[in-house]
Design a protein around this ligand. Structure first.
Ligand SMILES: C[S@@+](CC[C@H](N)C(=O)[O-])C[C@H]1O[C@@H](n2cnc3c(N)ncnc32)[C@H](O)[C@@H]1O
Length: 374
C-alpha cells in the first residue's frame, strides 16, 4: 500500500512538476509515511486503490467538517493554488487521528472514481483526423464514461501551447470548460478550429454516475487531485454535463456492444472512445473486446480511439491495449517510471483493419506529444 502511495507521489513530483502539484504530492507522501494515514489506508483492500480512496475521503470529509487551517491548503474551482505550507502535513495527521472513524467509513462505502475531462485534449485531434477522412456524421460512444464528461467534448474550448511559443486552439471560446496543455516535441497535433461535430453521443459504464445526485457529485469532486486546474475544469465540466444530459447505458462495455450498435442509425460513423478504461480490463476481456470490434467491422465501419497506459499496467509493459506497435523509447520511458497514456487509433473500413499510435499524453492533461504524420 505504501508503495502505491509512493508511486503516486512520485508521479506528481517529477523534475518538471508544476508548483501547483505540491499538495497532491504531499498528500500521497503523507499517506505513504505517516502512521495515522497508513493505518486508515491499510484497512482498504489493495485493488480498491487505498491511497486514492483515502485522499478522496479526506477531501470529502474536510468539506463537511474540516478545520479551517487544513481546508485552507486546498484549492477551490476558479481560485488559485494555495502555496506550499509546512503546516499541511501535521494538520492532515491531526485530522486523520481525530476523524479516523468517519474516514474509515467513507473508505469502506465509496469507490475511487476518476473523471479527468482534460483527456478530451488527447481525443480531439484523433477525432479530428477521423472527421478529416470521413464525411459521415460521428456517433461518439464513450466506453467507461463514468460521469459522462467525455461525451461533451464538442462543447469545450481547447488550447495547445506549441514548442515554438505559438498556440493552436479549437472550440467554443465562451465555454465554461477551458482545457489547455503543453505540446511537447513531436509534431503539431491536427487541431481544427472547431472540434468535430458530434451527431449522436452515448456513454457506457459498469456504474454510470448521476451528477444530479449531490453526494455523488461531491464524492467525484473529492476524487479529483487537489490541483487548481484539475478542480476548476472538473467543476465546469460538471455544469456542462448537467445542462446537456447525454444518455449512458449501464453494463459491461464488451457485453453492451450489441445494444450500442442497435441504437445507431446506419449512416453514422461509429467512433468508440476509451480513456483510461481498457488498461484495467483483465486480459481475456481485452481480447474479447478486440474480437467484438473486429466482428462489428465486418458489418459496418468503425473507429476505436484509445488513450490508455501501456499494458500490462506497470513498468514491465510491452504493448498497447489496441495491440499497436510502440516506439521502443516509450517502453524504456515507461520502465524508467514515465507516466503517460498512449493515444491510438484503430479503423476498420470495408472489413479491413488498420491502426497506428498517434501520440502520448500526460494522464492529467499537462502535456501532449503528437507523433502521427498528417
Ligand atoms: C479510470 S475511470 C476513467 C473514466 C473516464 N473515461 C476518464 O478518463 O476520466 C474507468 C471507468 O471505466 C468504468 N469501467 C471499468 N471497467 C468497465 C467495464 N468492464 N465495463 C464498463 N465500464 C467499465 C469504471 O466504472 C469507470 O467509470
Amino acid at each position: 500500500m505504501a508503495e502505491q502511495a509512493r508511486s503516486i507521489a512520485a508521479a506528481w513530483s517529477p523534475p518538471d512538476a508544476r508548483p501547483s502539484w505540491w499538495l497532491t504530492a504531499a498528500t500521497f507522501t503523507a499517506i505513504a509515511e505517516d502512521d495515522e494515514l497508513l493505518d486508515l489506508a491499510a484497512a482498504v483492500p489493495l485493488d480498491r486503490l487505498p491511497p486514492l480512496v483515502l485522499s478522496a475521503a479526506v477531501k470529502f470529509h474536510l468539506d463537511e467538517r474540516g478545520p479551517a487551517r487544513l481546508a485552507a491548503c486546498y484549492p477551490r474551482p476558479g481560485g488559485v493554488q494555495p502555496p506550499p505550507d509546512e503546516g499541511f502535513r501535521p494538520a492532515l495527521r491531526a485530522f486523520a487521528r481525530s476523524e479516523a472513524v468517519a474516514l474509515a467509513r467513507l473508505c469502506r462505502e465509496h469507490r475511487y472514481q476518476m473523471n479527468e475531462v482534460g483527456r478530451c485534449l488527447d481525443v480531439v485531434p484523433a477525432l479530428a483526423a477521423v472527421a478529416a477522412e470521413d464525411p459521415r456524421p460521428l456517433a461518439l460512444v464513450d466506453l467507461g464514461t463514468g460521469a459522462g464528461l467525455g461525451l461533451h467534448l464538442d462543447r469545450y474550448h481547447y488550447t495547445y501551447r506549441l514548442p515554438d511559443g505559438t498556440e493552436s486552439s479549437a472550440g467554443d471560446l465562451g465555454s465554461p470548460v477551458q482545457l489547455s496543455c503543453i505540446v511537447r516535441g513531436g509534431r503539431r497535433p491536427p487541431v481544427p478550429p472547431r472540434p468535430p461535430a458530434v451527431a449522436l453521443r452515448l456513454g457506457v459504464d459498469a456504474e454510470p454516475l448521476d451528477l444530479t445526485d449531490t453526494t455523488t457529485a461531491r464524492w467525484l469532486a473529492a476524487c479529483v487531485p487537489p490541483e487548481v486546474d484539475a478542480v476548476t475544469r472538473f467543476a465546469a465540466a460538471v455544469e456542462v454535463a448537467r445542462g446537456h444530459r447525454a444518455p449512458s447505458l449501464r453494463g459491461d462495455l464488451v457485453d453492451m456492444l450489441p445494444t450500442v450498435i442497435s441504437e445507431l442509425p446506419p449512416d453514422v460513423l461509429l467512433c468508440l472512445v476509451d480513456t483510461y478504461v481498457h488498461v484495467f480490463l483483465p486480459p481475456e476481456r481485452l481480447t474479447a473486446f478486440r474480437e467484438a470490434v473486429a466482428q462489428i467491422g465486418q458489418v459496418r465501419d468503425v473507429e476505436w480511439i484509445s488513450v490508455d497506459p501501456l499494458v500490462p499496467l506497470g513498468s514491465a509493459a510491452t504493448g498497447t491495449v489496441q495491440g499497436l506497435e510502440v516506439p521502443p523509447d516509450w517502453l524504456r520511458d515507461n520502465r524508467d517510471g514515465g507516466v503517460f497514456g498512449v493515444i491510438g487509433r484503430v479503423s476498420i473500413r470495408n472489413g479491413v483493419r488498420r491502426g497506428a499510435v498517434l501520440g502520448r499524453a500526460h494522464p492529467g492533461a499537462a502535456w501532449l506529444e503528437w507523433t502521427a504524420g498528417p
